[in-house]
Design a binder for this molecule. Structure first.
Ligand SMILES: Nc1ncnc2c1ncn2[C@@H]1O[C@H](COP(=O)(O)OP(=O)(O)OP(=O)(O)O)[C@@H](O)[C@H]1O
Ligand SMILES: [Mg+2]
Length: 269
């Protein structure tokens, strides 16, 4: 199978992939092209969509509202776009952690299956500079040992300076778009092996859809626009929480008491 742009799939399995660039530079679009190639090969893809931009890639979209649904209702062997845009950042981190943890439990025990790729949009949400939090530990486990159980990942980020250095260093394939912020350029120049001034000069000139692909050596690539593919939508309703269960029980109880009082009153009169 030939690719329309250089994306080394074997390398993407062995190591992670990073796509960075300023806002609206075409990161998600480039990543969609990668996902399309992975899907053609029959691999499972799970996208954590924080901006409702993954509704047009032909992968069923699960809209996540609230935090109380049962993730066991989701078939872990199927490709899904998890639209977590409606969750608060803390809930997003918890959701990603729960999915990664559930998948780890299943996949690390069962090796007879195809490859699974995660797309972690704005990767710094679960892989920030400090990896102390539980969600970051869970994500780091996937990033560091996932290849052993046929699991890999694509990270995207507007702000690589905020992304875990350990996670970036595990990416063997980098797609770097336009950057002009000093700390981002400083961090990326190390991986590119360029001096800071050279990195600033080269990266600040990139146009929308242009990326420097860096695996063993840097090369300029141009991504194309995305042709939308219809995706089905699935709403996962929040489960009844303990609080709302308590409320319903209390309502039932008071209705029962009112009925008894009415009955006594009618008997007495
Ligand atoms: N190669 C391209 N050529 C022309 N336009 C493009 C290209 N890639 C993306 N675009 C357009 O640029 C806009 C932003 O694209 P996209 O959502 O992929 O960017 P992004 O970097 O992921 O944005 P964000 O920083 O908000 O996540 C879209 O309107 C898209 O159609
Ligand atoms: Mg995007």
């Amino acid at each position: 199978m030939t690719l329309t742009f250089p994306f080394d799939i074997q390398l993407a399995k062995d190591t992670g992939t990073l796509v960075t660039g300023a806002r609206q530079h075409g990161k998600s679009t480039l990543t969609k092209h990668m996902i399309c190639e992975l899907r053609k090969r029959g691999y499972i893809v799970k996208v954590f969509d924080v901006a409702q931009v993954w509704h047009d890639v032909g992968i069923p979209v699960v809209i996540i509202r609230g935090n109380y649904f049962n993730i066991e209702d989701l078939n872990p062997m199927e490709s899904r776009v998890f639209d977590i845009s409606r969750l608060y950042p803390l809930q997003q981190k918890e959701f990603v952690m729960n999915i990664l943890s559930q998948d780890f439990a299943i996949y690390s025990e069962n090796s007879l299956r195809t490859w699974l790729f995660y797309v972690l949009e704005e990767g710094q949400i679960v892989l920030p500079k400090s990896l102390k939090a539980m969600y970051a530990q869970e994500a780091m486990r996937t990033v560091s040992i996932g290849a052993n159980y046929k699991t890999s990942y694509i990270l995207t980020s507007q702000r690589p300076a905020d992304l875990s250095t350990e996670a970036i260093s595990r990416c063997g394939q980098l797609f770097i778009g336009k950057h002009f912020e000093e700390n981002d350029i400083k961090k990326l120049s190390k991986y590119l092996g360029w001096k800071w001034t050279e990195a600033r000069e080269r990266l600040s000139k990139l146009q929308k859809g242009q990326f420097i692909r860096f695996a063993s050596k840097p090369e300029l690539i141009q991504s194309s626009t995305w042709m939308p593919i219809y995706s089905t939508r699935l709403e996962l309703q929040p489960q009844q929480t303990r609080q709302s269960f308590k409320m319903s029980f209390m309502k039932l109880w008071w209705t029962f008491v009112a009925c008894i009082i009415l009955w006594i009153l009618t008997k007495a009169l």
